[in-house]
Design a protein around this ligand. Sequence first.
Ligand SMILES: C[S@@+](CC[C@H](N)C(=O)[O-])C[C@H]1O[C@@H](n2cnc3c(N)ncnc32)[C@H](O)[C@@H]1O
Length: 251
Amino acid sequence: MALVHEAAEVIEVSEDLEISYRPQKSFAVRSECSEANVEKELGKTLETEGNIVDLEDPDEVIKVYKIADNYFIARMIENVDRSLFEGRKNQERPFSSPISLDPVLARVLVNLSEVSAGDSILDPFCGTGGILIESGLCGIDIHGLDVQQEMVEGARENLEIYGVINHDIRQGEISKVDEIFDQGFDAVITDLPYGQASRKEGDPVEKFIEVAPELADKVVFMSDQESLNGLEPEFGVYVHKNLTRYIYLID
Ligand SMILES: C[S@@+](CC[C@H](N)C(=O)[O-])C[C@H]1O[C@@H](n2cnc3c(N)ncnc32)[C@H](O)[C@@H]1O
């Protein structure tokens, strides 16, 4: 649910608001359309002798979205509490650095890897631990590597502040990753070194692309490059006008 604000189940798709659905109990209509009076109009259609409109504490919230010429009428299922991510932002952590990945983007990468509790992952460029924190909070068995000892210690400190005490973070070079970790993983998830803030020794990115598919069946990584060694990204994430990050999947 990293990028999701709310989830709603579609009940009907219609060119007008004359739908057949009727709520059983109290309800409120909340519109995401730019048109006026949608809430009022749909509220009248949905009202029966057995239900009432309750704007304060409804049993059911009916959402209306307009996509092209169709109204999507949906029943609200979940409002995602996004404040949880705020508490894990870079500036809130005991060890921070400008290279730290935003927790929302870190969670997106973890979700795309399709790992679940009990699975294992490796972040071979773990930095301050952004991806390891999000994975650890999902109950995943986490392993990290970074060439800088300062990052290794900082990532451990960050993990522990969020209550993730089982971790395996080692200092070392990507070129030696298969000797350092003598095991395979369910996924390799990482944010590649980029710009001047990240140290590059003997082309770590090239080495990563060569070695990652041997370490796991699923590889998810983020880069600032729009294409990389013949690979094309699945998604582009606009950060600001001078920076778009690209998400690559290999499986
Ligand atoms: C973009 S940062 C990762 C940031 C991280 N996702 C976070 O949330 O803090 C890339 C990391 O790769 C590490 N790195 C650079 N070259 C490396 C290499 N050859 N082997 C292992 N780690 C390396 C850097 O020290 C840096 O911490």
